[in-house]
Each structure stands twice: as C-alpha cells, then as structure tokens.
Design a protein around this ligand. Sequence first.
Ligand code: GLA
Length: 435
Amino acid sequence: MLRLLLICGVSLTQALDNGLALTPPMGWLTWQRYRCLTDCTTYPDECISEKLIKRTADMLVDEGYLEAGYDYIGIDDCWMEKNRSASGKLVPDRERFPSGMKMLGKYVHSKGLKFGIYQDYGTKTCAGYPGVMGHEQTDVDTLVSWGVDYIKLDGCYSKPEEMKTGYPDFGRMLNKTGRPVLYSCSWPAYLEPDSILPNYTVIAENCNLWRNWDDIEDSWQSLLGIMNWFGDNQERLAPFAGPGHWNDPDMLLVGNYGLSLDQARVQMAVWAVLAAPLLISADLARMRPEFKEILLNRDIIAVNQDPLGKQGLRVYNDSKHHRQIWTRKLSDNSYAVAFVSTRVDGVPYAVSFSHGDMKIPAQNYRVQDLYNEEEDRKLGADETFTTRINPTGVKFFKFIPVGQSEEDFKDPEEHTLKNVNFNTDNDLDKTVVVV
Ligand code: GLA
C-alpha cells in the first residue's frame, strides 16, 4: 500500500476533477507581448481584438505550433467593455470584438484549438475592467456559453480572505457546468509577494495551475529573478506539481525583444525542468526562425510534457561562479539536466560536474544534447561530465541510463536497462504525498 501511495503521489488529493492538464498546458496568451493595447486605429495589428486572435490561431496551426502541442489560445486582460450590460453580463469590446466571443470561440475550435480567456476574481481586473466579484454565477454561465476551455482568474482588487473562498467556489461553479474548463488561479501570486504563505494543498485541489509569483517581464533580469525565486522556494513548491495541477512561473518570453538566443534557450530548458506551462506570448508573424526552433524543439517539449509530471529542482547553485544545475527525473528513468551559466560577461567556459553535483545516480549514461549541438556521448559511472556554457546560456542534456557494454553506448534506440541499478536514495526520486 505504501508503495502505491508513493507511486500515486499527489494524485491522491482531492484534485480538481476535470481530467485536464495531465501534462503542463501549452499554448499562446496575449499579455506578455500585447499587454493592454486597445488602440486599433494606431496599432491595427497589435491591439487586443478578434483579428489578432484569428490571425494567431491561423498561425498556430499553419506554422506547426499546434502540431507540436501548443493547443490553447488565450485572450488576457482588456477584452471587455468597461461596463456590464443592463442585465449584468460581461460584454466584449464592441469595436474590437464585433463578432462576439461565441463566434470567436467557434473559429478557434474550427482550427482544432482551445479557447482561453482572462477574468479576475476581484471587483475589477488588473487593468480596470469589470471583475467577477458579485457576478460569479452569471460570469461562469456566460463564459461557458461562449465555449471557453481555459480561464485565467487573476486576483487584483480582492483580499486574501475573499480569495480563500472565492477561488474554490468559482472552480466548483465551473465544474458544475459540466464543461471541462482548465482553471488557472493567480491566487498565490497575490499572497507570496506579501509573505503570506499560500495553502498549496488547497490550491492544488482546486486549480489546474497557479501563478506563484510576480509577472515576468521581457528581460534576462526578470527571467533570472523568477528562476532564482523558484529555485529558492522549490522545497515547498515542487511537491504540489503533478498531473492535473502545476506551478506556473509565467509566460515564455521566447521570440520577443528582451532575450538573446542563449537566454531564450535558458528559459525553455528551465521551464521544461520545472514542468511549467508553456505559454508563448509573442508575435508569431515576426518570430525569427532560430527562436521558433526553440519553441518547437520536440525533445525539450517531451521533457516538459513527461507523463510522470514531476517538477525538477535546482540541484546545484554556485552563485560565486554563476553556475546552476537544474535536474528533472523522467518517466523512462532518464534525467533532463540543464547547466546554466548566469555570467553576463566573458566567453564560453568549460565546467565539470560529478554525478553527485547533478543529483543523478552514479551509473553509465548515454548523453543526448537536447539542443542538438553535440553528438551523443557517453558518461561512465565514475567519470565527471564536462561541458562549455555560453554566458547567460545553457547546455541541456538527457542522461539515459545504459548498461556496461560499449554496445549500450552505441545503440541509442535499443539501449538496455538490464545492468542498471537505480539509486533510489536520491531527492529527485522521492515522491511527496500531499494529504
Ligand atoms: C496581472 C497578471 C498578468 C496579466 C495582467 C493583466 O498583472 O499577473 O499576467 O494578466 O494582470 O492586467
């Protein structure tokens, strides 16, 4: 029984029973790139509008993003009229969404995508549009009647005490409609910055994902700040991630203005290790091919989407030498290991690490470079692993256990696990039961 408990892990909790997000959600969301641009006269291609959503939906499909797994398209804040209708309903902006949300939902569904929308649990959204407070049931009914599949419920203009009942109640109302709606709660993001400890057990029972911390901005500094916060707080966050419920470090910046190619690779690698939702927020029409390649990297997406759903950890953090290692255990007993350099100057430096530094069992491995720059190589049980990392860059590898013989190293597809003894006395192997 104990064994069963350990295998099932957090799924034994009364998790939100909508069958969704068994792996971290993937998709596209307006906020990071398009913010609250509402002036369609000056910025016809960038304002929050049905045109932007339809155009992006087309590109998600035509450019291969949907095929790679990015299947949600979400409108963040600033889609509404400033006032509710006479009967108290939410009204989409009449100029920018002339066909209405039901039609837009139909369009999105016709492309094989799922439809996401933003609301806020408080009296107003963060940008000052009507919030759901006092109108919860009406809004749930309205959003569901539009065919919404994903709701990001923000937490501006509400108090911690109100959120405590408000978020679970709203989730229950969604469940009662019978429509499976992915439920993203920004609840802890309104507690953590004020040093109020969120009850993640309850949050994981009620939400499919939750923003834990501040908004990401389009810069290396912001990305690093978020990585460091998640690393510093991992012991109390990571146990709550698992199939159906995920920590959310915020949107991907990849393809925007603020990150270099190396830095964008860092975010994709660390988000894969963190089992983070992969929400692109960039102009797909202006996506440079090398950034698109990062977003569509199948091997890295596979790490992010690994069915075990175990959030990885920052297992090594040498701030003096600006080096971090992030390791995630995968369902096939392999390990995804990201070596990050946070140096902002210099040249690529060679670094060497032991199995212990990487927190992987002392075994033989075939090592696969997930960014495909290096040939596969082998690592013996007693060897150290050396790699070169660019400044503010990453090397991201999969360590696949193999047996002792040369053949095991040579034949990637048919490597055998027969001689491998797993060291279960390893932090990354422990599954924490949350009850
Ligand atoms: C908050 C959220 C952001 C975005 C904006 C919209 O700041 O954290 O992700 O939704 O509100 O106003």
